[in-house]
Design a protein around this ligand. Sequence first.
Ligand code: PLP
Length: 454
Amino acid sequence: RDTAPNSWESRADAHSLYGFTDLPSIHARGAVVLTHGEGPYVVDVHGRRYLDANSGLWNMVAGFDHPGLIAAAKAQYDRFPGYHAFFGRMSDQTVMLSEKLVEVSPFDRGRVFYTNSGSEANDTMVKILWFLHGAEGKPERRKILTRWNGYHGVTVVSASMTGKPYNSVFGLPLPGFIHLTCPHYWREGRPGESEADFTRRMAQELEDVIAREGADTIAGFFAEPVMGAGGVIPPSAGYFQAIQPILKKHGIPLIADEVITGFGRTGHVWGSQTYDFTPDAIISSKNITAGFFPMGAVILGPELADRVQAAAEAIEEFPHGFTASGHPVGCAIALKAIEVVMNEGLLDNVRALTPRFEAGLRELARNPNIGEWRGKGLMGALEAVKDKATKTPFDSKLSVSERIANTCTDLGLICRPLGQAVVLCPPFIITEAQMDEMFDKLGQALTKVFAEVA
Ligand code: PLP
């Protein structure tokens, strides 16, 4: 790293409280300070190019310089650069985006509420459920069910929903946030247990938790169709088909957190379509604007939309909103992003390249120190293990996945360490040649790091 006091790395160090950053890596290597992007590549202040196999933070699905999205943003900045959505006033773009979101949703009718982030969208959904149950005379219906390894954000409520051990340093979760077992068959399945039996066990656990807590104390169940920040974990076979009837029986809404899986990542517009279930509401963010504007959205399906609307009518308002909810520039970009993904070939490219992506993961998983490859569409992970047969992880002090990611960075590839997995989530515009580059560089990094730690 460049240690000169006026280097970009030193300047970044001087004033940053780095979030979600492995500090030993930063101390050794310095921050990567970027100036711009070119397609799926980003370029740093030294002119080095990196293929961003993370799509930024899962979200830059159209790459980093998409001309149509930039033009949509510029045009809207020229026309009407900012407004809110309070007091019955909102931009025309906001109206059009809500129409579009309901049209592309799995719902025949619905209502939309805008936020600035995925965390806020999950917070908002929790408040909607608390508001709804309170208005319906069941204010004690407040508990929220999620799963270990689920990631739902960082605000006090969405962090409480997130099932990660690091929450304890904040004294979270809040009371009433309950985490069920992560439905990861490879890691959580018991010796001799079939995948079908494992799924049945997950469903039974849900029944047991509802019986223990009391259905009348539970506000909702939130789940990512494929867990993202938990390490790209697709559910065990039949998982959603097993749990949804139980939730329905107890009147517990199923909320799909589609912040990563929404708008094409798994090969359908929604991850819930890929896994063949219809949730009661959808949480969207990230890809909704292809990462070109901070935005989140809660999309309520017909039943929740009607009940929440009735609850609001009863007190003559829904007292919630953010200054930038339904921002006109964000909405104009989102309208364009949806068109780009759905009508300009990006979703087609996800589908076309998924077999190549899976083949690349499968090939690298032949490495004796890769225990499992997993994924759906263009999101995938390779899980590093010390011993493939026993699935024994490496000593966490070895920071194996961080070392792999750092070696990739040296080679001009950005990928993300999550636990002992390395995650790939390339932009939808990636070409086959760029995918070859991605797997080639990751393969080199695996060989180097496993030789060091073996
Ligand atoms: N939900 C999921 C599934 C996510 O992956 C994320 C972020 O990665 C969030 C919610 C939180 O979104 P944000 O970082 O925009 O607050």
